[in-house]
Design a protein around this ligand. Structure first.
Ligand SMILES: *Cc1c(COP(=O)(O)O)cnc(C)c1O
Length: 260
């Protein structure tokens, strides 16, 4: 588990510029080690729990996309900042079908698709809104029972069902790695997602894209980039340490010490 005290809080425009520069430098260094082009890695800042005033500072520092774990929180922020018309919102947490309507209204992307019921609900709501939505399929690469996402061996069959939902633009896979400070335990999760993506790419159904790999967070994004991440979802390294424990977002998560 990462030592969250290592993440400096950002309360001023200068703070955000400094933290963002630091993260971009880490991305560039990881790309260099892996022989990858930094332009091929998208930074998605994650603003969950962060209030509107600080989000506006992040926007002023250049953020034009934000990831949020909880749909209602995301929707409320979108409403409050609608006049920032070039700011896009990605929902990156588990969705219940009764909230598909909200996602269909405002989100630019949904990274946690993990059931046909949610696919069906989203597709129906999107049709009603006259919109389409970029989606990633969430895969449980750590084998932890408490994590959301499909088991890797369920994904090929799942993918074959998705062309039926014409408002969903499927573009790849998302995962949360094992929470551990030991790279030897984290890295295999990222490798598993990349290998799954590569296999799926061979025979993806028409209209189903398989280029995106959304993996890596504040504690492990350099590792994820080394293993092929095309999107990294980084919260605390940009906004500062969160007060709430991660178990608030991933119910059932054991205490950090028992996982390291
Ligand atoms: C909170 C969250 C992140 C970012 O985690 P940090 O530790 O703040 O970088 C990434 N992905 C998901 C799904 C999250 O909920």
């Amino acid at each position: 588990m990462t030592d969250t005290s290592a993440y400096p809080a950002a309360h001023t425009l200068e703070d955000f510029r400094r933290n963002l520069a630091q993260v971009h430098a880490t991305i560039a260094a990881a790309c260099h080690r892996a022989g990858r082009d930094p332009a091929a890695v998208r930074l998605l800042p994650v603003s969950k729990t962060v209030d509107e005033a600080r989000i506006r500072l992040a926007y002023a520092a250049g953020c034009r996309e934000l990831g949020e774990n909880k749909v209602q929180e995301a929707h409320a922020k979108w409403e409050a900042m609608r006049e920032l018309s070039d700011l896009r919102w990605a929902v990156i947490g588990h969705l219940q079908t009764n909230k598909a309507r909200l996602v269909a209204r405002f989100a630019s992307e949904f990274q946690a698709l993990d059931s046909l019921r949610v696919a069906e609900a989203l597709d129906r709501r999107l049709q009603a809104e006259g919109r389409s939505l970029k989606v990633l399929v969430q895969v449980n690469t750590s084998g932890e029972a408490t994590k959301f996402g499909l088991a890797p061996d369920q994904v090929p069959g799942f993918m074959r069902e998705l062309p039926a939902f014409s408002s969903l633009r499927v573009q790849g896979l998302m995962t949360l790695a094992l929470f551990s400070s030991d790279p030897a335990r984290v890295r295999p999760c990222f490798v598993r997602l990349r290998e799954l993506r590569d296999r799926l790419r061979q025979d993806a159904p028409a209209g189903i894209g398989m280029h995106e790999l959304s993996m890596g967070m504040s504690g492990d994004y350099a590792l994820a980039i080394e293993e092929g991440a095309t999107t990294v979802r980084v919260g605390q390294a940009i906004f500062g340490a969160r007060a709430l424990p991660d178990s608030h977002y991933w119910p059932g998560l054991a205490a950090p010490d028992s996982q390291a």
